[in-house]
Design a protein around this ligand. Structure first.
Ligand code: ADP
Ligand code: MG
Length: 631
């Protein structure tokens, strides 16, 4: 047997090891993920080689990874019967090759403040060398599947490593970690199980844990035997043929990744082949989680790289407006040590995201067309989130708009209409899509703004979600039909232009009221009213009363300009006509102002706002009661 050789690590590896060893590390447990994934890679490589050379696996055909801990020696051993390494391979792979991940890591590290360094290690992951986070000595005994002899690689991470020819019974690699004093937790059975479950549960190769168990039929506990128990389930649902997965299997899997106690409402499998290869298994939940609207919006999918768990809640894989989608993505085109930061700039990730968004939209499109009831159940839960996409995502705006459903003046509360259906059933002469936003359906249904349009048989969408108005302002039009808020502007379509004669007749009253009531931009005769006497409107493009309330509710009242209101009066209404007569007889009559303010207050309530001075209204009403009662 040849002499042991002592070799130096490459410079950047020396730096790296130094940092690993001397940094406080919050998630040291990832070392096991890294070593197990290397073992799994080695098994995959062998399986591939064995297609052409079956002799490589003869006598030992079951691919597996075994974990063994020795309390007394304080060692943890991870072994596999994979491809193994030759001596040159060991020296290259474990000592001299600076992989791109390592280089990127070191660069980031150089730029980071000392305080941020430990966190950085967690983000990058450093493959094999992460073993030195928990071990003060690492021994790798490995034998290539095609070789007769083995090689032993040893290092304590101090800049040097030794290699020596050795013997090993079978093929594969056995990595023994002599654990640091503060790392003995990694000898514990429960801890090892926990880590394997977390990161390697779906790895197809069995990860076995060697444990001492009481011998079957033994009298007392001292009679033990060593057994190997499989820890990972190995069932990577997303890699199987979707047709062969049962509903129960989906339910179990969905629950395990979503922490939902109910099964999914819909299963969305996807696999992409071609330039990029990835598989996804996505789900629509039945109900939104209780904390869905708490704190920062959370979402995203779990990212796996070749079955190994890498990151949770990857928002870069799924836009926020699809944050209700749960599931996993498994890619072969990303490195295992990818960090959240790297995800953001990754072209691969952007392409995956595009594919996934397209797939989910396709599913929803199919659902709304073929199973409207199920779709509506989904939409009641998550529609408001989907609408955010109309506001935020110009690329998918049109497509999402087709997926929205609304209540309207033509539906009852249990029915809905889509924009497509709306346009299809538009009345003769109708050119626009009308909508009114407010707090609740009941109030909207009895709103004065609807009157003129109702008479003409024009349908009006009634919007009650916070996000609706934002979405509509971004959308602007649908199939060439402009979206029109009916509490804005003159609303020409709601009725005939007010005749000149009438205009002149009311001129004096209108001018008087504008000066008498504060904050009014204009007082004019209305085309949109029929039964009601008055309403308040804002100019086209100004923020609506509803929008003002929304910003106020978010504590951001100052962020949108309050639009001056226009008071519209219904010239055909007896109350308005009576006022006009009163004004003509005596413009100084106090009642003109009193009545005018009463109409104004009505209009404030009808737009859903609060009165600035309710006591003032009370006084006016009381004065009125007094006078009428006296008469
Ligand atoms: P990566 O897995 O990203 O290549 P690692 O630092 O985890 O980087 O591993 C470095 C290299 O060492 C691997 O690419 C592989 O060639 C070799 N290696 C590590 N562990 C094993 C193993 N158990 N069996 C065979 N080769 C291994
Ligand atoms: Mg690796």
């Amino acid at each position: 047997m040849s002499e042991a050789k002592t070799l130096e690590f490459r410079t950047e590896l020396k730096q790296l090891l130094d940092i690993i060893i001397h940094s406080l590390y919050s998630e040291r447990e990832v070392f096991l993920r890294e070593l197990i994934s290397n073992a799994a890679d080695a098994l995959d490589k062998l399986r591939f080689e064995a297609i052409a050379r079956p002799d490589l696996v003869r006598g030992d055909p079951d691919y597996q990874i075994v974990l063994r801990s020795d309390q007394e020696a304080r060692t943890l051993t991870i072994s596999d019967n994979g491809i193994g390494m030759t001596e040159e391979g060991v020296i290259e792979d474990l000592g001299t090759i600076a992989r791109s991940g390592t280089r990127a890591f070191l660069e980031a590290l150089r730029e980071a403040d000392a305080a941020d360094r430990p966190a950085l290690i967690g983000q990058f992951g450093v493959g094999f060398y992460s073993a030195f986070m928990v071990a003060d000595e690492v021994t790798v005994l490995t034998r290539h599947a095609a070789a007769e002899t083995a090689v032993r690689w040893t290092s304590s991470g101090d800049g040097q490593f030794q290699v020596q020819e050795a013997t090993k019974e079978g093929r594969g690699t056995e990595i023994t970690l002599h654990l640091k004093e503060d790392a003995t937790e990694f000898l514990e059975e429960w801890r090892l199980r926990q880590i394997v479950k977390k990161y390697s549960d779906f790895l197809e190769h069995p990860v076995l844990l060697e444990v001492e168990r009481k011998k079957e039929g033994a009298e007392d506990d001292s009679e033990t035997e060593t057994v190997r128990e499989r820890v990972n389930s190995g069932k990577a649902l997303w890699l199987r043929n979707p047709d062969e997965i049962t509903e129960e299997e989906h339910e179990e899997f969905y629950k395990s990744i979503s922490h939902d106690f109910q099964g999914p409402a819909r299963t969305i499998p996807y696999s992409a082949e071609g330039t990029l290869e990835y598989r996804a298994m996505m789900y629509l939940p039945q109900k939104k989680p209780f904390d869905f609207y708490w704190g920062e919006p959370k979402g995203g999918l779990q990212l796996y790289v070749q079955r190994v768990f890498v990151l949770d809640q990857c928002e870069d894989l799924m836009p926020l407006w699809l944050r209700f989608v749960k599931g996993v993505v498994d890619s072969s085109d990303l490195p295992l040590n990818i960090s959240r930061e790297m995800l953001q700039d990754s072209r691969v990730v952007r392409q995956i995201r595009k594919g996934l968004v397209n797939r989910v939209l396709k599913e929803l499109e199919e659902m709304i067309e073929k199973d409207r009831d199920a779709y509506q159940r989904f939409f009641e839960e998550f529609g408001a989130v989907l609408k955010e996409g109309v506001a935020q995502d110009a690329e998918h705006r049109e497509r999402i708009a087709r997926l929205l459903t609304f209540r309207s003046t033509r539906t009852d509360d249990d029915e809905t209409v889509t924009l497509g259906e709306y346009v299809e059933r538009m009345a003769d002469g109708q050119e626009k899509i009308y909508y009114l936003a407010g707090e609740n359906l009941a109030a909207l249904r009895s709103s004065p703004y609807l009157e003129g349009l109702q008479e003409k048989g024009f349908e009006v969408l009634l919007l009650t979600d916070t996000v609706d108005e934002f979405a509509f302002q971004s959308l602007r039009e649908f199939e060439g039909k402009p979206l029109q808020a009916i509490d804005h502007g003159d609303l020409e379509d709601a009725g005939e232009e007010v005749e000149k004669e009438k205009q002149e007749q009311f001129e004096g009253l209108l001018t008087f009221l504008r000066t008498a009531i504060d904050g009014l931009k204009e007082v004019r005769l209305s085309r949109r009213l029929r039964e009601s006497a008055a309403c308040l409107v804002v100019d086209e493009g100004a923020a609506s009363a509803n929008m003002e309330r929304l910003f106020a509710a978010m504590g951001r009242a100052g962020e949108i300009p309050t639009a001056d209101r226009i008071l519209e009066l219904n010239a055909d209404h007896p109350a308005v006509q009576a006022m006009q007569k009163l004004y003509d007889t005596d413009p100084k009559d106090q009642r003109v102002e009193d009545y005018g303010r009463l109409l104004y207050d009505q209009a404030v309530l009808a737009e859903g706002s609060k009165l600035k001075d309710p006591a003032d209204l009370a006084r006016r009403i009381n004065r009125l009661i007094e006078k009428t009662a006296e008469a």
